[in-house]
Design a protein around this ligand. Structure first.
Ligand code: PXL
Length: 288
């Protein structure tokens, strides 16, 4: 049966993040993706000024109530950027209305990076997002979000594996089955992820080459490849490794073309590799 996802993120018209990333990546994996947009912006808020912003809070529950009459039975509900802390309660209500027992609740907290909350958000967000993360099966915070969700200060650029392990274990204790912390870097030439699942004592780490710079939307690119691969029945560690490698390649291709980084990364150029790897893994062949 074809898988079905509900993606609850903003639409940023330009700048490759949120729904303009989630939809094409999940579609490439053969997944039928429906949406509930949380806000409509002309661009993301990271490196642009003068953007428009329409908060769609008054639409979320009317849309969800109508969808609940359709009996769709989503395989996953995938949440990302929310317009405000109070939208997290609406997302919890959407989950009540639309989740069925097999629905995988996949939460990308998407509210901060590099030690700072995103421009339009206020400091009510981390505590509110914590409630949504506690309800999730899988959460994918970056290192800043992980610290903020635990009411800890951002550690800056220097921290130890034991510190990240502590964050991962504390997030797991909030309730999710799986925690993947992104943007983990113990030396400036490498970046990677920490993964921990219920039943594990310590997280495992995977790293790749790190390019200097800020790459907008790469959290969304990583999360979308990861969810796509999980819904195609890859294990969490394999899916996360593949998502990390595809995100790395999206950045590398963007840098090779010397493109302005505020427009996001060229994930479109790796979706064919994504599909190829999904298909050869399903046939249990070597993917090289
Ligand atoms: O997930 C990144 C993101 C999504 N949506 C909006 C953003 C950002 C990051 O800045 O501003 C509107």
């Amino acid at each position: 049966m074809q898988k079905r996802v509900l993606a609850v993120h903003d639409i940023s018209c330009v700048g490759r993040c949120s729904l303009t990333v989630a939809l094409p990546i999940l579609s490439a994996a053969g997944i039928n993706t429906s949406v509930i947009p949380t806000a409509l912006l002309s661009t993301h808020t990271g490196e642009f000024t003068g953007y428009t912003h329409l908060d769609l809070s008054d639409q979320l529950l009317p849309i969800a109530r109508h969808l609940s009459t359709l009996g769709l039975g989503f395989d996953a509900i995938y949440t990302g950027y929310l317009a405000s802390g109070s939208q997290t309660q609406q997302v919890l209500d959407i989950i009540e209305l639309l989740a069925v027992p097999q629905t995988h609740l996949f939460v990308d907290p998407a509210f901060a990076d590099d030690g700072r909350l995103y421009s339009l958000l206020d400091d009510t967000m981390p505590a509110q997002m914590r409630r949504l993360c506690a309800r999730a099966h899988t959460i994918v915070p970056n290192l800043t979000e992980a610290a903020f969700l635990l009411s800890q200060p951002y550690p800056g650029k220097t921290y130890s594996p034991a510190y990240v392990s502590g964050l991962a274990k504390a997030l797991l204790a909030m309730g999710p089955q799986n925690v993947i912390i992104t943007d983990v870097s113990f030396d400036s030439s490498q970046t990677g992820i920490a993964i921990i699942q219920q039943g594990m004592d310590e997280p495992s780490f995977t790293f790749t080459h790190r390019y200097p710079g800020t790459f907008h939307g790469t959290g969304d690119v990583f999360a979308s490849f990861l969810l796509g691969a999980l819904l195609r029945d890859m294990t969490l560690p394999d899916a996360a490794d593949m998502a990390l490698s595809l995100t790395h390649d999206s950045i590398a291709l963007t840098l090779q073309e010397n493109q302005p980084l505020r427009y996001g990364v060229q994930f479109e150029r790796v979706t064919s590799r994504f599909l190829r790897e999904l298909e050869c893994r399903n046939r249990q062949e070597s993917c090289k």
